[in-house]
Ligand binder design. Structure first.
Ligand code: BG6
Ligand code: MG
Length: 220
């Protein structure tokens, strides 16, 4: 019996990867190297500092810890200048009707995101009323694939992992959902998210009963 749905934010509710791309590319170019869309793909679900370390390694650039903090702050300021212009028109197709349906059924909802900007994005999208619980990158000590972010969300919602679905677009997030004992639903490409019990292309036309049946069939 499903009692809760926990949503990753970036790539599940909204496409913020395009803004991360602009901000990382600007930083990389400033440091003298290029940053491609392929690199950007690899940063999905990865925390800000871990992302910066990867970006610097791809550019063959070394920086002190102090310099890294300054660079991460700079990248985040560029990123925030974009997300502060977002509004509910950027919510991905089908998400809002699905949240409405969950609310009508009394299903509890939370956000479980690596992003420290998650609360800002939820406010910009006008979705705060759906998510009484937001566990973001500032509330966990271990990043995905560690299940901490989802376990904290379940605990605040007062549900057990085996009563909850996790929606994720990143491999590390699916891994986290599986190791935490949740029902993992991949949002995106089955080739990348094959470990998930069920992979959906998006939320358009999605019905909770059908999804629950597919999940139960997959674990049998
Ligand atoms: C994840 C994104 O949700 O959050 C990553 O997929 C991002 O690309 C990470 O690096 C951290 O985000 P922020 O907003 O704290 O820099
Ligand atoms: Mg994501």
């Amino acid at each position: 019996m499903i009692k809760a749905c926990i949503f990753d934010l970036d790539g599940v509710i909204v496409d913020t990867a395009k803004y991360h791309f602009i901000a990382w590319r600007q930083l990389a170019n400033q440091l003298g190297f290029d940053f491609t869309k392929e690199y950007n793909e690899k940063l999905k679900g990865i925390s800000r500092m871990d992302s910066l370390n990867l970006v610097l390694s791809w550019g063959g650039v070394q920086k002190s810890e102090e310099e890294k903090i300054a660079l991460a702050t700079e990248k985040n300021e560029v990123y925030r200048s974009y997300i502060l212009q977002m509004d509910k028109r950027e919510i991905l197709p089908g998400v809002l009707p699905f949240l409405e349906d969950l609310r009508a059924r009394g299903i509890k909802m939370a956000i479980g995101s690596a992003s420290k900007n998650a609360p800002t994005i939820i406010t910009q999208l006008d979705l705060a009323e759906y998510f009484p619980v937001i566990i973001d990158g500032s509330k966990v000590s271990r990043s995905k694939p560690d299940p901490e972010v989802f376990l904290k969300a379940a605990s605040e919602l007062e549900v057990k992992p085996k009563e909850s679905i996790v929606f994720e677009d990143a491999e590390a997030g699916i891994e986290a959902a599986i190791s935490g004992g949740f029902y993992p639903v991949g949002v995106g490409d089955p080739k990348i998210l094959g470990e998930a019990s069920v992979v959906i292309a998006g939320f358009e036309g999605l019905k909770l009963e059908e999804l629950s049946e597919r999940l139960l069939a997959a674990v049998k």
